[in-house]
Design a protein around this ligand. Structure first.
Ligand code: HEM
Length: 357
């Protein structure tokens, strides 16, 4: 499609698809022409989600987007997040202990990776460890509902109002970017957005990383420092991105690469395709753990560029070494793969492995 039909209308989905790197970049950066205000920017995720994203930054254009993101931006910078590193390591170690206590054959995705991202979000929000079940369980088919999450967050906000602590929730509650505090509804929406945008995507990143590193026999080299883990993670993000498309709506008639998209039409910008565009990447179909530079578009671009990208990177760079330090000889328990099916999210639902300790 990238070569033969780079901008096309899909009748079945009622949506335009944009496949080339430069066009995807244009759609994501020109926020005036390509609006986020229509449903969700990560639409495929919210449609079947337990959490409603109607009033969050991901679905807002400026100036509302600036206000909502402005409150929290500084707490998602690498410098601020670094202080959580030891906590993330401890979380990963505890999770690995639990998994290995039951045996050396397990599903990396469901048994090891799945609870970690929601628990990490609990860590940065200041949710006590024994109270994170609700955060982890709010997902399609999960054991907790949006109402339970809302009741829990509302109570937590009240407690932090009375007793601020050194966590992002306390900072957000007391921040007044335009002279007024965030409303309880806005604070709840923000927490729900973090869980929705930050849980599944990062489970998938951890799982895709183990999948790729095992498949390409890289774990020993990563442990020995022969292959740089940070660089290899960027290549996982490029080659197997957790998010395949980002959605927008045309706010005016607009020409993209010679094709006119009418005002009001929906557009899917295929970051997964941009990530393999030979105009941008040499040998794009090859997984190269030493690829550098690697200007992939997995975290989006422009004003909506992923707020949680530094958190997802820190998580992968912290959790995977804990795993590699404890286990050796990782092998796949099956050659069958069961990818998540849908236009937005991509990754494996399960990754059964066996390891030696
Ligand atoms: C936005 C991908 C992890 C929070 C985005 C966007 C993408 C993306 C493509 C842009 C959406 C758009 O332009 O409409 C990913 C991937 C992740 C990841 C691939 C993991 C590998 C996280 C984490 C968090 C998070 C861990 C927070 C805990 C957000 C938020 C936005 C966002 C709040 C909206 C930003 C805005 O509208 O200004 N993400 N994300 N993401 N992401 Fe992530």
């Amino acid at each position: 499609m990238r070569e033969t039909n780079p901008v096309r209308y899909d009748e079945t989905r009622g949506c335009w698809d944009v496949f080339q790197y430069d066009d995807v970049q244009t759609v994501l950066t020109d926020f005036e022409t390509f609006s986020s205000e229509f449903g969700s920017g990560l639409g495929g995720m919210s449609k079947d989600s337990a959490v409603d994203l109607t009033d969050t930054m991901i679905k807002r254009n400026p100036p509302e987007h600036e206000r909502l993101r402005g409150v929290v931006d500084e707490y998602f910078q690498p410098g601020y997040l670094r202080k959580f590193r030891d906590d993330f390591e401890e979380l990963a170690r505890d999770q690995l202990d639990t998994v290995l206590a039951a045996g050396t054959e397990f599903d990396f995705a469901a048994e090891f990776a799945a609870p970690i991202p929601a628990s990490v979000i609990g860590e940065i929000l200041g949710v006590p460890r024994d109270k994170r079940e609700v955060l982890i369980g709010v997902r399609p088919g999960g054991e907790h509902t949006q109402e339970e999450l809302k009741a829990y967050i509302t109570e937590l906000v009240q407690r932090r109002k009375e007793n601020p602590r050194d966590d992002i929730l306390s900072e957000v509650i007391h921040a007044t970017p335009d002279g007024r505090e965030m409303t309880p509804e806005e604070i709840y929406n923000f927490c729900a957005l973090l869980l929705l945008a930050g849980s599944h995507t990062t489970i998938t990143l951890l799982t895709n990383a183990l999948w790729m590193f095992t498949k390409h026999d890289l774990i020993a080299d990563i442990q020995a420092g022969v292959i740089d883990l940070d660089t290899a993670i960027e290549e996982v993000l490029r080659y197997q991105p957790s998010v395949h498309t980002v959605e927008r709506i045309a706010s005016t008639d607009v020409e993209v690469n010679g094709t006119t998209i009418p005002e009001g039409d929906q557009i899917a910008a295929w970051v997964a395709s941009a990530n393999r565009d030979p105009q941008q990447f040499d040998d794009p179909e090859t997984f190269d753990p030493e690829r550098s530079p690697n200007p992939h578009m997995t975290f989006g671009r422009g004003i909506h560029v992923c707020l949680g990208a530094p958190l997802a990177r820190l998580e992968a760079r912290t959790v995977l070494p804990v795993f590699f330090d404890r286990v050796s000889d990782v092998s796949f328990a099956t050659d069958e793969r069961d990818p998540i099916v849908g236009p937005t999210l991509y990754g494996l639902q399960t990754l059964p492995i066996s390891v030696q300790t």
